[in-house]
Design a protein around this ligand. Structure first.
Ligand code: SF4
Ligand code: SF4
Ligand code: SF4
Length: 276
């Protein structure tokens, strides 16, 4: 009788330890996964997506955007009458993106910048923000999308080698606006001309059609999230020729939190050799 109750106790302890172990392991795996997801800033989201951190908590992973993208009118193959592969992918385990959230890979299927943007109005959570794409008439305008920004890698773009290529320029739906070709001459020979692709960050939507069209083995033009591809000069730099810019800096100064007194004491401290 005694041996039986000892056995039961041992079994109970073993099961409890197993569950605690599994819970801890689950916790560890989940924290590792969330870290991996947060540490992957290179994801491209659908048009109208809000800031990545907010997007991750707002998106309810319903997949309606991807479904609307898959079923969009322009995605139906005229010859077969069947829908082609859609742009938006719902992340699965191993994609290094939060599972169930939509993203796209331009080299596979770029965003075709649908005029009616069917992926946005179906979003029930606000993760895709209708207002950010609305024009003055409150109609959706795909040109306002900022999914990312195309960047040209000069060393691998063959136009910079003097070889004539305008594949990205031709593929851009905002032809001669988001990408322009800038004419320049080879300084060494003074004869050979270059036509170089230049992306304009105030117009590029990040659709990725240029990246898909690029002729090099690995695209020499590629789309990155804007916060990754854009630099930031900093508020203390002033455009000397621009009066408005000087006003901006004056405003910033009046909001400065460091007082003159604290600046003085910092200077005194340094002059005194730090013996306070
Ligand atoms: S705008 Fe782009 S992501 Fe949206 S439905 Fe069209 S192709 Fe898909
Ligand atoms: S429709 Fe909105 S909430 Fe649903 S998966 Fe797409 S972004 Fe997320
Ligand atoms: S991503 Fe490329 S194709 Fe799309 S708007 Fe920008 S420059 Fe044009």
């Amino acid at each position: 009788m005694m041996a039986n109750s000892d056995n039961n106790r041992r079994k109970f302890m073993a099961t409890t330890l197993q569950s605690v172990g599994l819970t801890a392991l689950g916790g560890l795996l989940w924290s590792g996964y969330s870290h991996e997801v947060k540490a992957s800033p290179l994801v491209l989201r659908p048009p109208g997506a809000i800031k990545e951190d907010d997007f991750l908590s707002a998106c309810i992973k319903c997949g309606l955007c991807a479904e609307a993208c898959q079923n969009r009118e322009t995605n139906i193959d005229k010859e077969t009458g069947k829908a082609r592969e859609g742009t938006l992918i719902m992340a699965k385990g191993g994609d290094a993106k939060l599972i169930g959230t939509p993203y796209f890979i331009p080299t596979q299927v770029p965003c075709f910048m649908c005029e009616d943007i069917p992926c946005v109005p179906v979003c029930p959570s606000g993760a895709l923000d209708f207002a950010s794409l609305a024009n003055e008439k409150q109609a959706l305008d795909i040109n306002k999308a900022r999914m990312g920004l195309a960047v040209v890698h000069k060393e691998s773009c063959i136009a910079f080698w003097g070889i004539q290529c305008d594949a990205c320029y031709r593929a851009c739906p905002l032809l001669d606006e988001a990408i322009t070709l800038e004419y320049t001459q080879n300084e060494r020979t003074g004869k050979h001309a270059y036509l170089l692709p230049v992306v304009h960050d105030n117009i590029c939507t990040g659709c990725g059609l240029c990246e898909q069209a690029c002729v090099t083995e690995k695209p020499a033009i590629f789309v990155l999230p804007r916060e990754v591809s854009m630099g930031r000069a900093g508020d203390h730099y002033v455009k000397g020729w621009d009066k408005k810019d000087q006003e901006r800096v004056k405003d910033a100064k009046s909001q400065e939190t460091t007082t003159e007194i604290s600046k003085e004491s910092a200077a005194d401290y340094l002059n005194s050799g730090g013996e306070y």
